[in-house]
Write a protein that binds this ligand. Structure first.
Ligand SMILES: C[S@@+](CC[C@H](N)C(=O)[O-])C[C@H]1O[C@@H](n2cnc3c(N)ncnc32)[C@H](O)[C@@H]1O
Length: 273
């Protein structure tokens, strides 16, 4: 066991050719363990405790095994808030913040009935309710274990305006009852080669038959559950805008609009019943 911080900085540097962010992430871990900003930034001499050494060694073994840093840290940042994450849920992606911003721009009122489908960590529903404390959201997931994580995040943020429940898509919602349906559903084809880079995240959060089945299933249920004029918004893959648009059109949605993400890629599509 080596108790010198400099030893671990050197170890991280020696792994940078294969793991380019390892030094940055080690520094982030150290700060989360309570090592001062100055010590970490200046790489000052510092004697680690046995507990800190254990955590740093776990960091190296997990990191080098390809486990995403957010899972090692059990933390992910989304909309400026920290969310608990582990392998039960998808790690929130920055582009998903665009959906939250779109919803906040709608200036919905406190009586609006909002349903998030496939809530995972709860990051979308909780972030909306933290920014607009008048809103109430029902957020559902089919996965019991994802809902356990969502509830941890609800406690963490004291987000009393979100109600989590287990449901397959919108099966629990009544006819003509909702003003807004929000979903970032699984949308990767089961044979997509990119999946091999995501093998620590839950498959149920990633894949859907043909990549588009979840959009079809959710939109088919949403046309029943939404009030006339109610809205639906989907996050989707950058190459799926046309497919999602056609699904929404065929099911009977109107005013269909696709928007781009930070990289100029088609990323979300919304429509009205
Ligand atoms: C892409 S993840 C999105 C998680 C979170 N909303 C986010 O944006 O980070 C999709 C979520 O849909 C859930 N899911 C998959 N099939 C479902 C179904 N039939 N009904 C409800 N939720 C489902 C998964 O468990 C997963 O949490």
């Amino acid at each position: 066991m080596n108790s010198s911080l400099n030893y671990y900085f050197a170890l991280a540097r020696s792994k940078e050719s294969k793991h380019q962010n390892i030094l940055r992430d080690l520094k982030h871990l150290l700060k989360s363990l309570g090592v001062s900003e100055a010590t970490v930034t200046l790489e000052d001499q510092y004697n680690l405790s046995a507990e800190e050494i254990l955590k740093i060694n776990t960091f190296f073994s997990s990191y080098l095994a390809g486990i995403p840093f957010d899972y090692i840290l059990n933390e992910s940042e989304f909309m400026g808030h920290k969310f608990f994450v582990d392998s039960r849920v998808l790690i929130p992606r920055p582009e998903t913040e665009l959906i939250v911003e779109w919803v906040l721009d709608l200036s919905l009122n406190k009586n609006s009935k909002i349903f998030e489908v496939g809530t995972g960590s709860g990051c979308i529903a909780i972030s909306i309710c933290l920014k607009d404390e008048d809103l109430k959201i029902l957020a559902a997931d089919i996965s019991d274990s994802a809902l356990e994580v969502a509830q941890i995040n609800q406690e963490l943020h004291n987000a009393r305006n979100v109600t989590f429940m287990q449901s397959s898509w919108l099966t629990c919602s009544a006819e003509n009852s909702l003003d807004l349906v929000i979903s970032n559903p699984p949308y990767i084809k089961p044979n997509d080669p990119h999946l091999k880079n995501l093998n620590h995240e839950p498959l149920i959060a990633l894949t859907s038959k043909d990549g588009s089945e979840s959009f079809f299933q959710i939109a088919s249920q949403a046309i029943f559950s939404l009030k006339l004029g109610g809205k639906i918004i989907f996050e989707h893959g950058y190459s799926q805008a046309e497919e999602v648009t056609n699904i929404l059109k065929d099911i009977g949605f109107k005013n269909i609009v696709t928007c781009k993400d930070f990289q100029g890629l088609d990323r979300y599509t919304y429509a009205n019943k």
